[in-house]
Design a binder for this molecule. Structure first.
Ligand code: 13P
Length: 252
């Protein structure tokens, strides 16, 4: 099955308002008309509205880096799915490894976020990936399977089909230590087989699985050439318009 490549930029906790606007304008100029690849950027919450305005004339979609699962009320510091819809978001990163390992998010919390996104019409990007110690202990398959299984718990096949899964080995994030294409493809294939087991083959064949972890213009093409790698979730390189544009072009 042909899956349209999907390249997303995760700006993490970077950019001030001037920098976010400058980066957005540069991306619209370079890759704003790209239609062969789905492209999204996920700025910090405080820049969503401004970036969303700048992206409006382009095909680049807006995404958020996180969401809370309640509708509204006394949840100081949190942001609801409806608020994200209101500022024009289409995608939401759920369960990024930095939220799992720095903030302490559990699989159960991540699952609640996914369910909320889907009821509000937002498309979740479910991040999964093992720590270096887990890979060295031979636990990659167990860890990633658990994160996928629990992350998708309670989702219908139709809803699972709306989710993008991002495989981001934690040891490859921000380290320059990109997984080899064989290491990445092996885990992507395993995730797709698990989706077929949890749902069915057409659902598994339809879900896009991104790779994330030190993706750069120089390694994007070989990663994207793998059978089960359908896109990239890009951190550091998404902060440089030329680099992110080159990665998007590698997906065309
Ligand atoms: P880097 O591309 O900086 O390694 O970050 C990857 C990532 O965590 C994207 O979500």
């Amino acid at each position: 099955m042909d899956r349209k490549p999907f390249i997303a930029g995760n700006w993490k906790m970077n950019t001030n308002s001037a920098g976010a606007a400058e980066l957005s304008a540069a991306l619209v100029e370079r890759i704003g008309a790209v239609a062969a690849v789905d492209v999204a950027v996920c700025p910090p919450f405080v820049h969503l509205a401004v970036v969303g305005e700048l992206l409006r004339p382009s095909k680049i979609a807006l995404g958020a880096q996180d969401v809370f699962y309640e509708n509204d009320g006394a949840f100081t510091g949190e942001i609801s799915a409806a608020m994200l819809v209101d500022v024009g978001c289409r995608y939401v990163i759920c369960g990024h490894s930095e939220r799992r390992h720095v903030i302490g998010e559990t699989d159960e919390l991540v699952n609640r976020k996914l369910l909320k996104c889907l009821t509000e019409g937002l498309l979740p990007i479910l991040c999964v990936g093992e720590l270096l110690s887990e890979r060295q202990a031979g636990e990659t398959r167990d860890v990633v399977s658990r994160q996928v299984r629990l992350g998708l718990e309670g989702l219908s096949g139709a809803d699972a089909g709306k989710v993008t899964i991002a495989y981001e080995p934690v040891w490859a994030i921000g380290t320059g230590a990109v997984a080899t294409v064989d290491q990445a493809q092996e885990v992507h294939k395993m995730i797709r087989a698990l989706l077929a087991e949890l749902y069915d083959t057409p659902t598994a064949e339809g879900v896009r699985i991104q790779y994330g972890g030190s993706v750069k213009p120089g390694n994007a093409a070989e990663l994207l050439a793998c059978k089960d790698i359908d896109g990239c979730l890009v951190g550091g390189a998404s902060l440089k318009a030329d680099d992110f544009a080159a990665i998007v072009q590698a997906g065309m």
